[in-house]
Design a protein around this ligand. Structure first.
Ligand code: AMP
Ligand code: ZN
Ligand code: FE
Ligand code: FE
Length: 285
């Protein structure tokens, strides 16, 4: 069992990169990847700790991408080492996120909710994301749960929502490839496309350079997972998987196990790793 989709305190998780590696060891994972939202700041610490602990590890990132459909598009990128080449593009995303956080605070204040950027900063150790907003809304008694915070205020289309995605599919995929990484479509379920529409979309994304799809995921049903396995094989896309562990910010999701039934095959890790290594060899020729 491996987990290739996790978040740390560098974005909106509650475990530090180091603690995450310790936890992965403790629950018996065979390999781990850290995939924080729009940042690689947690990678050096996780990479180093994994090395010390002898835990097979991949460096990752999860980038928000502009999407014209009903749901949302996240692109995962996987690398052997922290991808310094991505810094420039990630800095832009950081500024976009800062602007967005300011806008969302304004919107919430207009709705009569007393919340400030300072308060958000004091509970986040890295990038501020919507889970931090949700946590504050709960803490200050405006809602009863994280889920209610998203439903009433924070989800796409809700009154305090403000978009932050900056890159097109093509730009995001190319940025990852330029840094010698493997671009993978995260949690296809969140695109909210029909099975047929997803297939056509994946074909187009593959033309743009997409190399993998996250088949195994906490929110994918057994049937949907089977469908994605077949689709990935048919389109020759690498199959990956992970829980989207966020610690206490998603308290029902356990590292490696998701809501309890997730088991990401070890082979996903090795296939990804081989694909990146091939990429490096080709680049060196
Ligand atoms: P952001 O990067 O600021 O847009 O926040 C994205 C994070 O919010 C991801 O970790 C999502 O899983 C989380 N998120 C989105 N929708 C919900 C929801 N309905 N309930 C809980 N967490 C959510
Ligand atoms: Zn998150
Ligand atoms: Fe995501
Ligand atoms: Fe995630």
């Amino acid at each position: 069992m491996v987990d290739l989709h996790t978040h740390s305190t560098a974005s909106d998780g509650t475990f530090s990169p180091r603690e995450l590696v310790y936890l992965a060891k403790k629950v018996g994972l065979k390999a781990l990847a850290l995939t924080d939202h729009d940042t690689i700041d947690g990678l050096p610490q996780a990479y180093q700790t994994a090395k010390e602990e002898g835990l097979p590890f991949l460096c990752g990132v999860e980038i928000s991408v502009k999407f014209d459909g009903p749901g949302h598009f996240h692109l995962l990128g996987y690398f052997l080492e922290p991808p310094e080449e991505l810094k420039e593009v990630l800095d832009k995303l950081k500024s976009a996120r800062a602007e967005r956080n300011k806008r969302m605070v304004e919107k919430l204040r207009e709705l009569g909710i007393d919340i400030t950027l300072d308060e958000l900063q004091s509970i986040a150790s890295g990038e501020i994301g919507r889970p931090h907003f949700a946590y504050l809304l709960v803490k200050k008694g405006y809602v009863k749960s994280i889920e209610e915070a998203f439903e009433r205020y924070l989800k796409k289309g809700a009154p305090a929502y403000y978009p932050k995605a900056l890159l097109t599919e093509e730009e995001a995929i190319s940025a990852i490839k330029k840094a010698k990484g493997i671009p993978v479509l995260a949690h296809p379920i969140t695109l909210k496309l029909s099975d047929e529409a997803l297939k056509s979309y994946l074909i187009r994304l593959k033309e743009l350079g997409l190399m993998g799809v996250e088949v195994y995921y906490s929110e994918h049903t057994k049937e949907y997972t089977k469908f994605l396995e077949r689709l990935a094989d048919e389109l020759s896309l690498i199959k990956t998987g992970g829980s989207d562990f966020h610690g206490q910010n998603k308290p029902d999701i356990k590292l490696g196990l998701g809501f309890g039934n997730l088991r990401v095959p070890d082979e996903c890790f090795y296939e990804l790793k081989r694909a990146i290594s091939r990429f490096h060899r080709r680049a060196e020729r």
